[in-house]
Design a protein around this ligand. Sequence first.
Ligand SMILES: Nc1ncnc2c1ncn2[C@@H]1O[C@H](COP(=O)(O)OP(=O)(O)OP(=O)(O)O)[C@@H](O)[C@H]1O
Length: 341
Amino acid sequence: MNAIEVDKLRKTFKVQRNREGLKGAMLDLFKREYNEVMAVKDISFTIPQGEICGYIGENGAGKSTTIKMLTGILVPTSGHLKVGGYVPYAEREKFVQHIGVVFGQRSQLWWDIGVIESFRLLRKVYRVGEQDFKRRLDELVERLELQDLLNRPVRKLSLGQRMRCELVASLLHQPSILFLDEPTIGLDIVVKSEIREFLLQLNKEHGTTILLTTHDLQDIEALCSRVVMLDDGNIIYDGSLDHLKMTWGKGREVKFQFAEQVSEEKLSILTAGLPVVLEVQSEYEASVIVPQDANVSDVIARVASGVSISDLSIEETNTDDIVREIYRTGNADQPSKQGVS
Ligand SMILES: Nc1ncnc2c1ncn2[C@@H]1O[C@H](COP(=O)(O)OP(=O)(O)OP(=O)(O)O)[C@@H](O)[C@H]1O
């Protein structure tokens, strides 16, 4: 069963146009003019129950607008969507029982009261039974190690502590679908990895579907089997991160340092017939770029057979670089032209 179904979804905003100068301002007072901004342009995708899917794109690509439509905050201009079997904006009251939402930049907890009081209020909002609430809370508090924080007011929590409480708040009613908008923003590396581990476990144990919006590609690498990439309101890629790396990555880069002077010609002869690219930095330093499907050890063995090597390192394709390059070109279809000669 699909947790999320989106078909030709569109959202257009009307934005007031401000005319220039005093005369323009006066005109604006009496006769307003508007421009239309199409934030989401007829996108379609489905997410099966139990999948963790990354939803990425540059600032202004349309991610938040999509999430707002999927969570029933915004009404689409056109198109169809179903989340957990419901049309979010039309069946909001029933629908919210099935979803959890965490916006990293906004809190759903009450600032001045103890964390546990916020949780109790949310229990009432979501009409969770007393027994279920207790069982669920105990499980989440233990898992996220919140025992000592429950009686503190939210305003006294660190960002990492607050984010862990936000996650509990979004999960108290045991939703089957969780929307996370920048859940690790501003967190240190330790809290980030705790949260990632928690989400993986949640997905594994409860089969929770997760749609994750983030600018942190480490989140995507750690959590997502699939990534949907948005650019200027259009989906430009929908598939696995591995596939993206295969088609766009330079492959692996073997960096050699030599114990003797080596010419480019000699390196070319040694690596002849291998599908690699040579980049010679100096007489003592060179890199060999090896495509994903070629064997790094063959390359090292060939070079070592003719040259004395003092040091070497192997670097994997950097996902950040790949994604930055795709954002720059706005096209994820084109396979890498680099990497093989
Ligand atoms: N309420 C609104 N009124 C007018 N325009 C809006 C509104 N909300 C979003 N937009 C516009 O829609 C486009 C997409 O914005 P959106 O916030 O969905 O992008 P995003 O991918 O979430 O960006 P970010 O990573 O910065 O959060 C932008 O051009 C934005 O200015």
